[in-house]
Ligand binder design. Sequence first.
Ligand code: GLP
Length: 265
Amino acid sequence: MEILIRDTPDEVAVTAADIVATYVRRGAVLGLATGSTPVATYQELIRRHREEGLSFAGCTAYLLDEYIGLSPEHEQSYYRFIRDEFTAHIDIDDAVVHSPDGLNPKPWLAAEKYDAAIRESGGISVQILGIGTNGHIGFNEPASPLKARTRVETLHAQTVSDNSRFFDSIEEVPTHALTQGLGTILDCEQPLLLATGFGKADAIAAMVEGPLSASCPASALQMHDRTTLVIDADAASGLVRTDYYRHVEESRPAWSAVDGRPVEA
Ligand code: GLP
C-alpha cells in the first residue's frame, strides 16, 4: 500500500485531487464515493474544472453504493448526493453518472445488472473510497465476503447510527443498501481511500497494520497492488509505522510517482 499522510484535511483533498486528475485527463471511468470525507476532494476538483479547465467530458462514473428504498429525488440518496456535491458542478454528462437502482423491487437483480454494467464499461480506473468507523468500505460491513460482487447488504447498527446525522431521525435511515462487493472494488485499477479525523484512526490502523480479515472489510485492499491511502495526521494516529510510510514517500525516486510507476502511465 502507498500511504500518504498529510497534516490537514485540506491537504488530503489536494493530494487526492492530484491523483484523480491524472485519470480525468485520460477520460477514465471514475468510481465515486459518497459520505462526508470525499466532499473536500470533489470541491477541489470542481475548482480545477472552473479555474484550470480540467474537463470531465470524456469521463464516465459509477457510484460505490446506494441505499435501498430511497428515491433518486430523496436528498440523502447517493444518486442525489453525488450530483449536489460534485457532478452537477463539472462538465460530465449526467447520463453517464451511474448508480445502483435502490428502488428495484428485486434488488439482487439490480446488483447483478450494476456489476455487469461496470464490467462492460471496461472497469473502474480510480475508485475513490471512504471508510466507516467499523472498517466498512462502500457498504461492505464486517464479515462481508472478500470476493463478493455487487450485492445487497444489511447495515450494521454502528453504520445506521453514524449515518443518522444526515437524516431527521435514526428511524429514517434505510436498513439495507446495494454496494459494490469487495471483489468488485478490487477489480479497479487503483483504489484511493481517503480518511480524516481521529474517529477513523482505529479503522485505518486495522486496515493497514491488522490482519487481512473480513472483520475489517477495508483490509481487503491489502490484496490490491495499487492501493493508495491519503489520510490526515489524525486518521494516521493509530498507525505504528508512520515514520516508514513518510520515508517511503520522501525517498520516492524521481522516476517513480506511485508504487514505482509513473503517474501518467
Ligand atoms: C457511508 C458510505 C461509505 C463511507 C462511509 C463513511 O457508510 N456508504 O462509502 O465511506 O459512510 O462516511 P464519512 O466519510 O461521512 O465518514
